[in-house]
Design a binder for this molecule. Structure first.
Ligand SMILES: Nc1ncnc2c1ncn2[C@@H]1O[C@H](COP(=O)(O)OP(=O)(O)OP(=O)(O)O)[C@@H](O)[C@H]1O
Length: 203
C-alpha cells in the first residue's frame, strides 16, 4: 500500500504536473494511464522517492519517505529505464543484486526462460539491447520480494513472446494481490486484472 497525501510537483515556470494529489494505491495491479508527456514517468519517480516533490507525504507500510527514506525505498522496486547505473555489471550480477537474496528462484528461472534471457546473462548490460536490459530489470522486479513494484512502460521494446510472458506473470501477481504493482502505460487496454486505474493528468 502506498499512501499519498497532498503530493505536488511542477517543473520551474511550468504548471504543476501533480497538484495536491492524495490517493491510496493498494495491493494488485494499478494502471497509471496517460498520453505521452502526461507525467507517468515523473509520477513513478516521485513515488519511488528518486525525484523530490514540492510538497506532500508518501508512506509505504510504516515508512514515511521524509522521515525514513532508506526504509521507504527498501520496500519498493524501481529502475529508471534510462539509467546507465548498471551498464558495467553482467546481466547475471544485475539480476541477482536487484532481485535480492530472497528472490523466488523458480520464478526467476521461468522469467529468464520466457524472456529468452539465458544467452545474454554473461554479457555486460551496456552490450545488451534496450529490450534485453529491460528484461533483466523486469525479471528482478517480479522474482524479487519487494512489496511495491513500479514499472514504467514495461512492455516497451519487448518482443511479443516476452510481452506474453510478462502479462502472464503480472496477471498471476494481480490475481493474488499480495504485492502492489503500478504499471505506467499509454496503452489504455490491457488484459491484466486491474485493482485500480489512475488517469493522468492529475490536475
Ligand atoms: N526537466 C524538465 N523541465 C521541464 N519539463 C520537463 C522536464 N522533464 C520532463 N518535462 C515534461 O514533463 C512532462 C512529463 O514527462 P514524463 O516523462 O513524466 O511523461 P510520460 O507520461 O512518462 O511520457 P512518455 O510516455 O513519453 O514517457 C512532459 O511534458 C515533459 O516534457
Amino acid at each position: 500500500m502506498i499512501d499519498i497525501q497532498g503530493l505536488r510537483f511542477a517543473f520551474p515556470g511550468e504548471p504543476p504536473l501533480v497538484a495536491d494529489w492524495s490517493a491510496r494505491i493498494g495491493p494488485g495491479i494499478t494502471l497509471l494511464h496517460g498520453d505521452t508527456g502526461a507525467g507517468k514517468s515523473l509520477l513513478l519517480r516521485l513515488l519511488a522517492g528518486v525525484q523530490a516533490a514540492d510538497a506532500g507525504r508518501l508512506q509505504i507500510g510504516d515508512a514515511v519517505l521524509a522521515d525514513a527514506p532508506t526504509r521507504y525505498r527498501a520496500q519498493l522496486f524501481f529502475v529508471d529505464p534510462a539509467t546507465q547505473q548498471f551498464d558495467q555489471m553482467t546481466g547475471q550480477a544485475c539480476l541477482a543484486q536487484l532481485a535480492g537474496a530472497d528472490a523466488d528462484q523458480a520464478l526467476r528461472d521461468a522469467l529468464v526462460d520466457g524472456f529468452g534471457l539465458a544467452p545474454h546473462l554473461e554479457k555486460s548490460l551496456y552490450m545488451l539491447s534496450t529490450g534485453s536490459r529491460r528484461k533483466v530489470w523486469l525479471a528482478a522486479a517480479l522474482a524479487g520480494r519487494r512489496p511495491v513494484v513500479l514499472l514504467d512502460e514495461p512492455a516497451a521494446a519487448l518482443d511479443q513472446g516476452s510481452v506474453r510472458c510478462l502479462w502472464d506473470v503480472l496477471a498471476q501477481i494481480g490475481a493474488t494481490r499480495r504485492r502492489t504493482v503500478v504499471v505506467a502505460s499509454s496503452e489504455a487496454t490491457t488484459s491484466l486484472p486491474l485493482a485500480a486505474r489512475i488517469d493522468l493528468p492529475l490536475r
